[in-house]
Design a protein around this ligand. Structure first.
Ligand code: ATP
Length: 500
């Protein structure tokens, strides 16, 4: 019989895997990069578990020692090690969820590694341990002192996050182990496997067949890092103020007056309070007969929002609709209330402002113009897809479970393509209100590109779809397809929108 203090563990056939990335981890510095490259040495199928050889001498002081035997395989183990600064012990720092070590269930974070293949580790550097591992062939035997375990693993509900920034672990000097990092792009959907560590979460790409998790910066940590970087990016924004769309599209029949009446308040445009990191999302599929998501188009002046909206409306007038704006200016003869505008009194308009009933509003020639939340509701309640274009800072206001806005950023193509495609286009410049439509100038193109860049860098995390309006027909088809998918397919939306 085995001594009672020795608890042998044998590898199960499906656990015959071993990792390549056991890294030294000491603060932020001791990264061990060179990894062992190992291959299957044992047939994967149908071999009998073997009992590990008993150590010749058993140290009575070790009250619970575990012998673990794993067989090398191409897959990395999915664990990192560090040296405890106080005791000098080699500790398993992290077990990557879904990796070989995790699936074996035999090694846990906090376990102390005493020996590898009979070689004591107490005086070894993490780099040396990696070398020992690299040199060993076939089955590897670990002797470990298990960490005291009072945490019974719980079955946590699945958490999915949409990444709101690009992340490349190879460029991140703070990550304890670059090779264990998980890179992603803005908009990626990540499944969170562990939030046990305050600084480094474990995640995998949603739908990825590989079960092994990678490290990503936690929300709190990333927010802190962004906050530190913030001052550098706020400055250049000031110069591009004029590039922002100042109208919010009233009826095109009144095109002449709808250009420059809305001066955005700086405080609204420089709304930098939010640090975009991650947003919790859940799958959503619109039920038959349910209201449509509000379609919000954003883009710089002249990029073609109006053109795209018009094309959608013409393509299916029963299916799409626009909001009708409110104004305090007197009704003209040929106009009807509720067609071009809702004509209301100044007092009523101001009451609406006071009661937060407007999505956007502004003053032009002493009259108020604006779009109310109720006018959006009115289109949606007819079971139509409501098309709106707004200034980017307004998106936040509309991001509610009620409207579930699908935000499309319409982006200009490179300047050569603008020159080419807009040769015959006429444009109503936003800065003055004098003129009629005129051809685009080089200045217009530059301003368009510049404000597109600023919009994307500051509000890009709110854009669910980006369409480059190069060839108009292609851009329109792309928009049509995206809207169709949103109506009929399951996609990810903020989790709070799925609770109601
Ligand atoms: N892809 C394209 N190719 C060629 N011309 C285009 C394209 N997209 C838009 N245009 C033309 O560019 C001009 C400006 O478009 P549109 O009025 O739709 O822009 P907008 O984004 O609504 O801008 P504004 O804020 O100035 O109203 C129009 O004459 C339109 O026909």
């Amino acid at each position: 019989a085995l001594p009672s203090q020795l608890q042998p563990h044998v590898s199960r056939p499906e656990d015959n895997t071993f990792l390549q990335d056991m890294f030294g981890e000491r603060g932020l510095h001791s990264l061990v990069k060179s990894l062992l490259s190992v291959h299957d040495t044992v047939a994967q199928k149908r071999y009998d578990p073997e009992l590990p050889p008993l150590p010749e001498v058993i140290d009575d002081e070790e009250n619970s020692v575990k012998i673990i035997r794993l067989v090398k395989n191409k897959e990395p183990l999915g664990a990192t090690i560090r040296r405890d600064d106080n005791t000098g012990a080699i500790i398993v720092a992290r077990i990557m969820k879904g990796g070989a070590a995790d699936r074996s269930g035999l090694i846990n974070a906090g376990d102390e590694l005493i020996e590898v293949n009979g070689i004591p580790l107490d005086d070894k550097k993490p780099e040396e341990i990696i070398r020992i591992l690299a040199q060993s062939q076939g089955a590897i035997t670990f002797k470990v002192v298990p960490a005291g375990r009072d945490d019974v693993p719980l079955r946590e509900p699945k958490v999915f996050l949409r990444a709101l920034f690009d992340y490349d672990p190879s460029k991140d000097n703070a990550i304890p182990c670059k090779e264990a990092g998980l890179g992603f792009k803005k908009g990626s959907i990540l499944q969170i496997m562990s939030q046990g560590d305050a600084t480094w979460w474990q995640a995998k790409h949603e739908g990825d067949a590989n079960p092994r998790a990678g490290l990503i910066p936690s929300k709190q940590f990333q927010e802190r890092r962004f906050a530190l970087r913030q001052p550098a990016v706020t400055q250049p924004l000031q110069r591009t103020l004029t590039g922002f769309r100042r109208s919010f599209r009233l009826s095109r029949r009144d095109r002449k007056t709808n250009k420059s009446m809305y001066e955005s308040k700086k405080s609204q445009i420089y709304d930098m309070a939010d640090v975009p990191t991650y947003e919790e999302v859940a799958p959503y599929c619109r039920q038959r007969g349910a209201k449509h998501r509000l379609v919000v188009l954003v883009g710089p002046t002249g990029v073609g929002l109006d053109e795209l909206k018009k094309k959608l409306l013409i393509s299916d007038p029963q299916h799409f609709g626009f909001t009708i704006p409110h104004t305090t200016r007197p009704k003209r003869n040929q106009e009807s209330d509720g067609v071009e505008y809702h004509f209301i009194s100044k007092h009523l308009f101001e009451t609406d402002i006071h009661n937060n009933k407007l999505v956007e509003y502004g003053v032009y020639n002493g009259n108020y113009y604006g779009t109310s939340l109720d006018s959006v509701r009115s289109v949606l309640s007819k079971n139509k897809v409501c098309l709106m274009d707004v200034q980017p800072h307004t998106i936040k206001l509309l991001r509610t479970a009620e409207f579930k806005p699908f935000v499309v950023f319409v982006k200009p193509p490179p300047i050569e393509r603008l020159r080419e495609t807009r040769k015959n286009a006429k444009f109503l410049p936003g800065k003055d209100d004098k003129g009629s439509a005129r051809p685009f100038t080089e200045e217009d193109f530059k301003e368009m590109l510049n404000s597109a860049e600023v919009m994307e860098s500051h509000y890009g995390h709110l854009f669910e779809k980006v369409i480059v309006n190069d060839d108009l027909t292609t851009a329109f088809k792309e928009l049509q397809l995206a809207l169709k998918q949103v109506e009929t397919e399951t996609h990810w939306v903020p989790v709070s929108w799925t609770h109601s």
